[in-house]
Design a protein around this ligand. Structure first.
Ligand code: ASP
Length: 291
């Protein structure tokens, strides 16, 4: 039988934007987070489902999870196949997303991504495949639940600070600082770091090789940027694992911070929020250890 969404929830829809998620920008993030916050304060709203392109869904989910002050479910959903393609995945994904948002066990878990019968926590989830419907995964921790034709089961809950426990509140943000990501490789150069600094980046996330390691020229350019007051955070291009403090790179000497086990694009979101509050390195590092 075809499941009916109206049997599980009363839905009121609205459109914030109709861009592809590759066009996502700070302005729409702020607008979306403000609207979600506003909606979740209403007594007749039990949760929010956001239909979002899959390319940058992970960043939007983490952003919302960090700035929206609500215990109610925030669920992001999308599709890997077009509505008119064979075996389109959108309709069932949306049914499952609404089922999760309507489930009382989805409360107090921050923003969630529901795709392909799986429930993922905002901080952990990432897009791992260009085209496969099973693209979303949480490499460091695994999914936190499943949803099968609307039957919701949770097995884990995210422990890092989010929503009501997060140090960030959408009310405090009118704009976000520029934070760039630089992707490391053999025979690397410092040019992109210099350009980022010249163009006004307040923070740089470096997607280092292995455990956040860096080619000497890149490392020197980043150390110079750090000395000039730009916050440099080492992350990894490997896709999982924690970037350890001062394992092969002398962070204390070079002035670098590390991203814990956030991937570069998630680290960028947290650093943008952190830099809006403080430029104190110890404080920013503590955000990476707790959020
Ligand atoms: N490029 C599209 C987007 O992220 C892909 C999708 O819709 O999933 O908006």
């Amino acid at each position: 039988a075809v499941p009916e969404i109206n049997k599980i929830a009363t839905i009121k829809g609205e459109q914030i934007s109709n861009i592809g998620s590759q066009e996502m920008n700070d302005e729409i993030w702020l607008k979306l987070a403000n609207r979600v916050s506003e909606l979740l304060t209403k007594n007749d709203v039990d949760g929010v489902v956001i239909v979002h392109g899959t390319d940058t869904m992970e960043e939007t989910a983490y952003f919302l999870s960090l700035v929206v002050k609500s215990k109610k479910p925030i669920v992001l959903v999308g599709a890997m196949r077009n509505a008119d393609s064979m075996s389109a995945d959108g309709p069932l994904n949306i049914f499952n997303a609404v089922s999760v948002a309507a489930d009382k066990n989805a409360r107090e878990k921050g923003a969630l991504v529901v795709m392909n019968d799986e429930i993922h926590a905002a901080r952990e989830v990432t897009k791992t495949n260009t085209t496969n419907v099973a693209t979303f995964a949480s490499p460091n921790s695994g999914k936190i639940g499943t949803v099968n034709y609307g039957v919701v089961n949770f097995y884990m809950a995210p422990l890092r600070k989010h929503t009501v426990a997060s140090e960030f509140n959408i009310k405090d943000f009118k704009s976000l600082p520029r934070v760039d990501i630089i992707y490391a490789h053999p025979q690397d150069v410092g040019d992109f770091v210099e350009t980022a600094v010249q163009k006004g980046a307040k923070g740089i996330i470096v997607a280092g090789v292995g455990n956040g390691n860096l080619y000497p020229d890149l490392q020197a350019a980043l150390a110079k940027a750090s000395e000039a007051g730009v916050i440099v955070v080492r992350s990894s291009r490997t896709g999982s694992g924690s970037t350890s403090v001062s394992s092969e790179v002398d962070d204390a000497k070079l002035g670098f911070l590390t991203a814990d086990n956030l991937n570069p694009q998630k680290a960028r979101v947290l650093l943008m929020l952190a830099l809006s509050k403080t430029s104190d390195k110890a404080k920013i590092q503590s955000f990476f250890a707790t959020h």
